[in-house]
Design a protein around this ligand. Structure first.
Ligand SMILES: [Zn+2]
Length: 199
């Protein structure tokens, strides 16, 4: 699975011109290899039909998941980001669910996933911020793990925006997009931290 920009025309042109590196081998380049199954992502207009690509060297196939979707999650990154922000304000999962129009059990699932890894996720995003940005100001801890996590993701987004300009290859760098891009879509996956990935 490779996270790609939402602009599918750009994805096609990068694939066609051999500009997409294979994440499975050192020198491989990805080429078009059909499409993965169509999926609907709440909060994203229209069905998402991810491109499938195959490495010209190692022959491994990869699904190119648009950056606005998290792996195996039926909701867009923006919705999940909104839930994190509301949680950082002290909201419980039921109130968040009602506000976002998402089933309470779904929101509870997201928050449970993050609860055990709030601190390691914060450290991960700060590491991205420091590794990417120039003179990044690390936000002070607020005493609330959720607020600190939200601040860390925002800091990473600002650092990437400052380094590469607001519109980098994945599109305009908002916190939800950074959340997906730097975790390779695995923000809420069972294993954390995700394997290092190229943005
Ligand atoms: Zn390869």
């Amino acid at each position: 699975m490779v996270t790609v920009e939402a602009d599918l025309v750009h994805v096609e042109s990068r694939l066609a011109s051999g500009q997409m590196d294979c994440p499975s081998c050192p020198d491989g380049v990805l080429a078009c290899w059909g499409f993965a199954r169509v999926r609907r992502v709440h909060g994203v207009t229209g069905p998402v039909r991810p491109r499938r690509a195959r490495c010209r060297s190692c022959r491994v196939t990869h699904v190119l998941l648009p950056v606005m979707a998290l792996l195996r999650r039926g909701y867009g990154a923006q919705t999940i980001w909104n839930a994190l922000v509301l949680r950082s304000r002290g909201w419980g999962h039921r109130r968040i669910a009602e506000n976002l129009g998402v089933p309470a059990s779904t929101v509870r699932g997201w928050l449970r996933r993050v609860t055990g890894r709030v601190e390691s996720m914060r450290a991960w995003f700060l590491q991205v911020a420091v590794g990417t940005g120039i003179d990044v100001a690390i936000p002070d801890g607020s005493g609330c793990g959720w607020s600190d996590l939200v601040a860390a993701i925002a800091t990473a987004a600002a650092a990437i925006g400052a380094r590469f300009g607001p519109a980098v290859v994945l599109g305009v760098m908002t916190p939800p997009l950074v959340m997906v891009a730097v975790s390779g879509g695995r923000l809420l996956a069972p294993c954390w931290p995700p394997a290092a990935r190229r943005i």
